[in-house]
Design a protein around this ligand. Structure first.
Ligand SMILES: [Zn+2]
Length: 487
């Protein structure tokens, strides 16, 4: 008798998985006093040593020494560093479950788009995708990323896409779920299909199914007050369509009132003919705005970045992932021009999820150009942290809601232990974070005042059960992907 391994394990795991996937409650937690931490406020107050932070109702309500503890649960943070939760300005969260399958530093990465986005992405069933987005959101929280701009481009059917939105929402991470508009795909499991045809179809204006499902996802999962908002990823890369067609898509997408419009704008090393249409065309057409967030944009001129700045738009440089691009990341130039810029992980399938490495890469990547080197040498550690906190949130249109330690701000916080051998003990708290902090140092994480990580572990989840389910899903995805042939 043939045994269906997936079925067997699924039923065996049913009970523990039910509790493992408990969703984070959306209600505000009770009052919490974080006592005696060294604060990196990312505000004009700078760094405050041995200081208390009182949070209540999801917000920071007081910062000072000797704050009253009445009615609050107390976290003794003496000797630890408290910083704002970080933001990822561009990530494909669904890929997290497949991380390691396609390392960026391997020759196989040259087939990234073909494998990740045109093959694996088509192999998720709704429950698989819910789980992938759920653990992808947890991976953000575990790494101190409390806000993520997710560009969900594994678009392949109404139910799967609805499940993607639900999975990220259930994880408890804040940010924007950007639903990718596209045309097709018109192939799937078991099919042999021409790769060039698939790419050409993908770059056509979005089909009606996508427009319908965008509305359905928005109405089903996104109200006006949630931590996770609804956004739209515009079709493909800028330049794949005529300008008037692209402009129509901007207008139709905005009619759905998304929190953000994100769009890839990139060129990989070795490719010919820039696919960038030019921000100037979009500006002349009047479609730039504060809700527009460009990813990469490594071909952009200073003038184009000035146009984005003047329109209140933002930029996400995915600095660690952009090392193989023909041109260096432009976050340094953007900062100098006054364009709000975030960093991001981008390819969750291929890179470390330790976000401190991405933050550090924002500094080192500047060394790739002479002008960037001058900029790097003028940056303070707090400036480098801004690429992953305050300024980054402004790039994503968050203004002053969160991103720093200040009375009235949303309590999105990261508390770091400092007692690991090798953790930098000299210098200011920001010096120490930028020099040597890692994900392993994170003791606690709060989102909207609720502890989602405590004593180094995610709260309310059974990590062992989650990983067992992930393992089954990974096996299924790889097996299904083997049935798709792109010629
Ligand atoms: Zn991307």
């Amino acid at each position: 008798m043939q045994i269906d391994r997936r079925k067997l394990l699924s039923s065996a795991l049913a009970a523990p998985l039910a509790s493992a996937c408990a969703t984070f409650p959306t209600t505000a937690p009770s009052r919490t006093l974080i006592r005696g931490a060294d604060l990196v406020t990312m505000e004009s107050e700078g760094e405050l040593l041995n200081t208390d932070v009182l949070i209540d109702g999801g917000k920071i309500i007081e910062i000072g020494r000797g704050l009253p503890a009445e009615g609050a649960s107390i976290v003794n943070a003496r000797g630890m560093i408290l910083m704002p939760g970080m933001i990822d300005g561009h990530r494909h969260v669904w890929q997290t479950i497949l991380n390691g399958l396609l390392p960026k530093m391997s020759p196989s990465y040259s087939r990234y788009d073909r494998l990740a986005n045109m093959t694996y992405a088509l192999c998720f069933d709704p429950d698989d995708m819910h789980h992938a987005q759920y653990i992808g959101g947890l991976a953000c929280l575990d790494a101190g990323v409390t806000t993520v701009i997710d560009q969900m481009h594994a678009a392949n059917g109404d139910e799967m896409e609805l499940a993607a939105a639900r999975g990220l929402k259930d994880s408890g991470v804040a940010g924007v779920f950007c639903y990718q508009m596209r045309n097709g795909p018109y192939y799937g499991r078991g099919d042999t299909y021409a790769h060039a045809k698939a790419v050409a179809e993908r770059n056509q204006p979005p089909d009606e199914r996508h427009w319908r499902n965008a509305e359905s996802i928005r109405d089903t999962y996104f109200g006006s007050d949630g931590l996770l908002a609804f956004g739209i990823g515009l079709t493909g890369s800028v330049g794949a369509q005529a300008l008037d067609v692209a402009v129509q898509e901007f207008h139709r997408a905005r009619a759905l009132q998304p929190r953000l419009l994100t769009q890839h704008m990139n060129q990989r090393a070795g490719t010919q003919a820039p696919i960038l249409r030019g921000v100037s065309d979009l500006q002349a057409a009047g479609v730039l705005g504060p809700d527009y967030l460009v990813s990469h944009g490594v071909d952009m001129t200073d003038e184009e970045m000035g146009m984005l700045r003047d329109a209140g738009s933002g930029l996400s440089s995915t600095v660690l992932g952009e090392f193989n691009y023909a041109k260096p990341s432009v976050h340094g130039r953007a900062r100098a021009i006054g364009l709000n810029v975030a960093i991001g992980l981008d390819v969750g399938i291929a890179l470390t999820h330790d976000y401190f490495e991405h933050m550090r890469a924002a500094y080192w990547n500047l060394m790739r150009t002479e002008t960037g080197r001058d900029m790097a040498l003028s940056l303070t550690p707090v400036d480098t942290l801004h690429f992953a906190t305050g300024n980054a949130l402004k790039a994503a249109g968050y203004g002053d809601i969160t991103g720093s330690l200040k009375r009235g701000k949303r309590a999105d916080l990261v508390l770091l232990r400092t007692d690991r051998p090798g953790f930098p003990q000299l210098g200011s708290p920001a010096d120490r974070i930028v020099t040597g902090a890692s994900q392993a140092d994170i003791d606690s994480v709060w989102v909207n005042g609720r502890a989602v990580k405590s004593s180094g572990r995610l709260t309310r989840v059974d990590q062992t059960a989650l990983e067992r389910k992930s393992s089954i899903i990974r096996d299924s995805i790889v097996a299904r992907a083997a049935t798709i042939t792109l010629t």
